[in-house]
Each structure stands twice: as C-alpha cells, then as structure tokens.
Design a protein around this ligand. Structure first.
Ligand code: COO
Ligand code: NAP
Length: 375
C-alpha cells in the first residue's frame, strides 16, 4: 500500500510502509524565488534499497542568503538543472536549499555508520535540503551527534563554520586583541562574537539602528560582545574618538564585512596598521568601498572569504571546522541560534502549502533567520 509519511509514525512503522510521498522545492530556471519556485512530489520506495542507499526525512533546514543567490543564478556554486535531480521530474530541475539536518528512516544492507533514527547533514554542497525526504547514498551524508540541539545541527555547516574560519585562519589574533565586524546581528556575526569571546578576543560590533536598540545591544553583550555601535555611530568622525578610547592604544587587526558600501568604508576606518578586512557578503548589495588611506598609509590587506572556495582549496578544513564548531556547541560557547521556525506539517502538507510556507519564510528572511521545521 502507498501512503504519506506521518511524523507521528515510529521508525518501525515507517519500515513497514512500502513507499512514501516526498516533496521538494525545486526550480526549472533561475530567477526570483516567487517567480521560479515550485513544489514537486514523488514516491520513494522504501523496499529493495540498493546496498548503499539511505532514505532520510528532513527535520530542519535554514534559509540562507546564498540559497536565494543560488535560485537567482548569481551564485557560482549551483546544482545542475537535471531531469535526474529527483524521481518523476518532467523537466530538468534543481532542488533548493543547502543546509539542514535529516533523520535516517531506511537504509540499504551495506550502510555501515548510519542507523535508522540517526541525525545527519549533507557531506557536500548543493544537496538540496528544502524537501521532506530524500533518497540518497551514505557517502552524501555526515552523521551528527545528538550532543547538540536540532537547530544547531541544522545550521552548523555554513554560518558558525564561516565565523570560526575567518577568526582563526587569516590573522593570528592573541587574547586581548580586537576584531571589528558589521552585520553583527547576523548568524555569522553572532557566532563570531561567541567564538571570539571564547578565544579571548574583544569585538567591536556594528549593527543597524532600530527601535529596540537597547534590547539588541544587551542581547549581543550577553553572548560576549565587547562593544556594540550603530551604523550611524560608525559613520561619525566624532564617534571615532570614543572607539580609540575603548581600544586603549591597541590597533584592530581584523575586520569582517558582510554589508559592503559605506558600512565597509566606515568599518575600515577603524582598522589599524597591517590589518586585514575579509569580505564575505554584500547584504546592502552595494559595491565594496574602502578608504584609500587605509591602503597607502596603513598597508591594508583586503581579501574575500567564501567557505565553499576555502574548503575546495583546503579539503581537510571541512571536517576540522565542523569538529571545532561541534566542540563550541557542546561546551556552550555557541548558544542556541536565534531563529524563527516556520513549520511544515508532514501529516497534512500539500505541494501548495509547502510552497506557500517556503515563499512566506523567504519574505520573512528580511526580519530574521528562518529555519524550516518539519514535524
Ligand atoms: C549580491 C551578490 C553578492 C553579488 O554582488 P556583486 O556586487 O558582485 O554583483 P554585481 O552587481 O557587481 O554583479 C556581478 C555580475 O555583473 C558579474 O556577473 P557574473 O560574475 O558572471 O555573475 C559581472 O559579470 C556582471 N557585470 C555587471 N556590470 C558589469 C559586469 N561585467 C562586466 N562589466 C560590467 N560593467 O550583492 C547579493 O545578492 N548580495 C546579498 C546576499 C549576499 O550577501 N550574498 C553573499 C553570498 S556568499 C555566501 O553567502 C556564501 C555562503 C556559503 C550576489
Ligand atoms: P542572517 O542571519 O540572515 O542576517 C542577515 C543580516 O544582514 C542581518 O543582521 C541584517 O541586519 C543584515 N542586513 C540585511 N540587509 C541589510 C542592509 N540592506 N544593510 C545592512 N544590513 C543588512 O545572515 P547570515 O545567514 O548570517 O549571513 C550573513 C551574511 O554572510 C550574508 O551576506 C551571507 O551571504 C554571508 N555568508 C557568507 C559566507 C561565505 O562563505 N562567504 C558564509 C556564510 C554567510 P539586521 O540585524 O539589522 O536585520
């Protein structure tokens, strides 16, 4: 018999089913998500799996800015549009989403490390995570320990991993040294604050002004931010003197920029001699603009950072980074990520309702990190 998988079913009852109806958010051409995304449903046969095949159910998957860039077609790492991306496709498509945590619900006879019920994340890029279930092979999955929370497992690979690499692989900071960052309230920014604090670094954090600024400042201070300033304060020449006082004669050697435009120029103006600014995003969508004096008089180094490129250049870094971040999650350095949790109800979802949930969550990404929860 054939029926939809219900979240309330136990692993043993799932095993008794012969097939499940899976759904995935896909696109057939690049463009704006609201114009291009579709929901595709297909059957996954739970019987007669090939020896290395694994069927997973998605538990949680975040919506990251790079996922949107990938759908738009402006992101250099992208899955091919292929008729083989999923079963029962009528035209070439790619599955959306790059991060997430799954639960193993069925496995072939030769799958060693993964057991049913285990959590796992994609072992590589472009896996396609905005889906209810996937049929894949064990080499595409990396087991996650349950010593961390579900939301941490779902978001471990991109944002905290990027923060960790940027803080540790470019400039050798010593305890007591400062770094500066804009977009400090982003997931990367929050991870950088927490990891930096654990490593003994002081952070100067730039955020956008808002009505409840005090609340945000207190929140960021509570996770280890040394100082938090607004973009307006960062843009003010007069305020520069206050920053100098805070530094007590030290110079800032590392800047992390994910905003671009004037925000990046004002960040750079607070860097000292021989500093490095790493650009890893452009949330303002404005070109990167850096003061000339930083280059001529202070020997500034400006570099780009892309975790995907970094891992391609240094493949050993992926596992090393995941393990380091896992430790920070396990020892409480990295707190529960601050997310909104739009729900996909597995027992009642339809193609229409799943797509509607994802499009609404994409819209809400402007207001904070969205983590799809499959229940
Ligand atoms: C975006 C963005 C980060 C892109 O930002 P850019 O500022 O680089 O974008 P441009 O407008 O300069 O466009 C570049 C594009 O225009 C380029 O095409 P391709 O590289 O082939 O795609 C150029 O060829 C072309 N172009 C335009 N004008 C010219 C030209 N070529 C030649 N001559 C001229 N005059 O800013 C954005 O979406 N930002 C918000 C989201 C964000 O921060 N994304 C970062 C993603 S990285 C990440 O998250 C990684 C996770 C692991 C896409
Ligand atoms: P996120 O949690 O979704 O937060 C987005 C942040 O961007 C928020 O703090 C928001 O500020 C800020 N923002 C949005 N629009 C802005 C604008 N017009 N001007 C100024 N600030 C704006 O983000 P995330 O997932 O951590 O990602 C943050 C950045 O890192 C993105 O650019 C992403 O592409 C990039 N990233 C790059 C890599 C890499 O390897 N290169 C890896 C991971 C992430 P408010 O708090 O004020 O709303």
């Amino acid at each position: 018999f054939k029926m939809s998988l219900r979240s309330v079913f136990s692993v043993s009852s799932i095993r008794r089913m012969s097939s499940i109806t899976a759904r995935a958010i896909v696109y057939n051409a690049h463009g704006e998500p609201k114009d291009t995304l579709k929901c595709h449903s297909y059957k996954i046969d739970l019987q007669n799996l090939q020896p290395n095949e694994v069927v997973v159910q998605t538990l949680a998957a975040p919506l990251n800015p790079s996922d949107i860039n990938q759908i738009q077609g402006v992101y250099p790492s992208k899955p091919p549009l292929s008729i083989d991306s999923l079963p029962e496709l009528k035209e070439p498509a790619a599955v959306t989403g790059n991060e997430g945590v799954f639960k193993v619900i069925a496995k072939g006879s030769n799958v060693g490390e993964l057991e049913t019920g285990d959590w796992c994340i994609p072992s590589g890029v472009n896996f396609g995570t905005w889906c209810t279930h996937r049929l894949t092979t064990d080499k595409n999955l990396l087991k996650m320990p349950k010593t961390i929370s579900l939301n941490q497992a779902a978001t471990i690979a991109v944002n905290p991993s990027s923060a960790y690499q940027m803080l540790t692989h470019f400039v050798k900071l010593q305890p007591g040294d400062w770094f500066i960052q804009n977009g400090a309230n982003s997931q990367v920014g929050r991870a950088a604050i927490q990891i930096g604090h654990k490593l003994g670094y002081k952070s100067l954090n730039i955020v956008r002004n808002r009505d409840n600024l005090d609340e945000l400042v207190k929140d960021l201070e509570s996770i280890g931010a040394t100082k938090v300033i607004t973009e307006d304060e960062s843009a003010s020449k007069e305020f520069g003197a206050t920053v100098k006082e805070w530094l007590e004669g030290k110079e800032i050697k590392l800047g992390l920029n994910c905003i671009g435009g004037p925000s990046a120029s004002n960040l750079a103006r607070k860097l000292g001699h021989d500093a490095t600014i790493l650009t890893y995003g452009a949330m303002s969508k404005k070109p990167l603009s850096l003061p000339t004096g930083n280059f001529i008089f202070k020997n500034l180094t400006a570099k780009g950072f892309w975790i995907t490129g970094n891992i391609k250049r240094h493949p050993e870094l992926r596992i090393e980074t995941i393990n380091a971040v896992l430790k920070f999650m396990e020892d409480g350095t990295l707190k529960e990520p601050k997310v909104n949790e739009p729900k996909v109800k597995l027992s009642t979802t339809t193609n229409e309702s799943f797509l509607e949930t994802v499009l609404a969550a994409l819209e809400d990404s402007q207001k904070g990190k969205q983590l799809l929860k499959f229940e």
